[in-house]
Design a protein around this ligand. Structure first.
Ligand SMILES: Nc1ncnc2c1ncn2[C@@H]1O[C@H](COP(=O)(O)OP(=O)(O)O)[C@@H](O)[C@H]1O
Ligand SMILES: [Mg+2]
Length: 262
C-alpha cells in the first residue's frame, strides 16, 4: 500500500514556454525514503510543493494521479488540503530562519503547530511541544522553550522546524534541502535525527536534495530529475553502482568520493 501516488505530474508556471515539471511519476510507502536529486532548477521543489498544493496561483498543476493515503489531492478542497498539510504530510523547509516566526518563542511555535492539527488544550499542547523539542534532541528543552529563534544556532533552529513538521503526527515528511544551509558536521547530526525519527515513527520521507552524499546516506530509492523530467528512478545501491543515464553518470562523477554506502 502506497501512501503517496504521483502519476504524470505536470507543472507549468504562467508565462513560461515549458513545463517546470514534465510528466514525473513516483510513489512512496510508509517507512520508505525517496530522494529527488538534480541540479538547481530541475523542478525538485516544484514537485514537492505541488504534492502539498502549496504552489503559487500562477502555477498550473495537472496529473493523472496525485493521491495521498488513497485520496485525491488534486481538486481537493482547501480545507482538506490544510488537513493534509501538517496532519498527513509534514514539511521541512531549507531555511529555518524564514520558516520560524521571530516574535514567538520556539516552544510557543511548536505548541501552536500542535493546536493547529490536534484538538488539545493549551496545557496539553505545551506538554506535547516539550516532548517534541526533546525528541528532536534539543538539550534542556524545558529551559529553551521560551527562547526566541534568534537565540538558537542554525542547527537548533532546523531541529525546531522538524519538531513543528511532526506536531500534527504526520505519516510522511517532505524535506526540501533540509541541511543545505548548515555546516557539514551539523548537517550529519540533523540527517541522523531525521533518519532516527523516520525509523521510530515509520514515516515516509520525500527528501529533496542536490547532494549525492545525502542520498547515499538516507535514501532507499532515487529519482534523478533534469529540466523537469525524471531521467531514472532506481534503488539507491543500483543507481550508485550502475547508473543508466549518462546525466546520472555525470552527476556521480562530479560528486566528491562518497563514504560507505548503506
Ligand atoms: N514561482 C515561479 N514562477 C516561475 N517560474 C518558477 C517559479 N518557481 C520556480 N520556477 C522555475 O521552475 C523551474 C524549477 O524550479 P525549482 O522547482 O525551484 O527547481 P529546484 O528545486 O530543482 O532547484 C526553474 O526553471 C525555475 O526557474
Ligand atoms: Mg529547490
Amino acid at each position: 500500500m502506497n501512501l503517496l501516488d504521483v502519476e504524470g505530474l505536470h507543472v507549468r508556471y504562467a508565462g513560461q514556454a515549458e513545463d517546470a515539471v514534465e510528466g514525473v511519476s513516483f510513489s512512496l510507502a510508509a517507512g520508505e525514503t525517496l530522494a529527488l536529486v538534480g541540479e538547481s532548477g530541475s523542478g525538485k521543489s516544484t514537485t514537492g510543493f505541488a504534492v502539498l498544493g502549496l504552489l503559487p496561483a500562477q502555477a498550473h498543476v495537472r496529473a493523472s494521479r496525485l493521491d495521498f493515503a488513497g485520496q485525491a489531492l488534486l481538486g481537493a478542497s482547501e480545507a482538506r488540503l490544510r488537513e493534509v498539510r501538517g496532519g498527513g504530510i509534514g514539511m521541512v523547509f531549507q531555511d529555518a530562519l524564514s520558516a520560524l516566526n521571530p516574535l514567538l518563542s520556539i516552544g510557543e511555535q511548536v505548541a501552536e503547530a500542535v493546536r493547529l492539527h490536534l484538538p488539545v488544550s493549551r496545557a496539553e499542547a505545551r506538554q506535547r511541544a516539550l516532548g517534541l523539542l526533546r525528541q528532536v534532541r534539543i538539550a534542556e528543552a524545558e529551559r529553551r522553550y521560551d527562547d526566541y529563534p534568534h537565540r538558537l544556532s542554525g542547527g537548533m533552529r532546523q531541529r525546531v522546524v522538524i519538531a513543528m513538521a511532526l506536531a500534527g503526527e504526520p505519516q510522511m515528511l517532505i524535506a526540501d534541502e533540509p541541511t543545505t544551509a548548515l555546516d557539514v558536521t551539523i548537517q550529519a547530526q540533523v540527517l541522523r535525527l531525521l533518519a532516527d525519527l523516520q525509523a521510530e515513527r515509520g514515516l515516509a520521507l520525500l527528501l529533496i536534495t542536490h547532494d549525492l552524499g545525502v542520498v547515499a546516506e538516507m535514501a532507499d530509492r532515487v529519482l534523478v530529475m533534469r529540466h523537469g523530467r525524471a531521467l531514472e528512478q532506481r534503488e539507491v545501491q543500483a543507481l550508485f553502482s550502475a547508473p543508466q543515464h549518462p546525466y546520472t553518470r555525470q552527476l556521480l562523477a562530479a560528486c566528491p568520493p562518497l563514504g560507505a554506502l548503506p
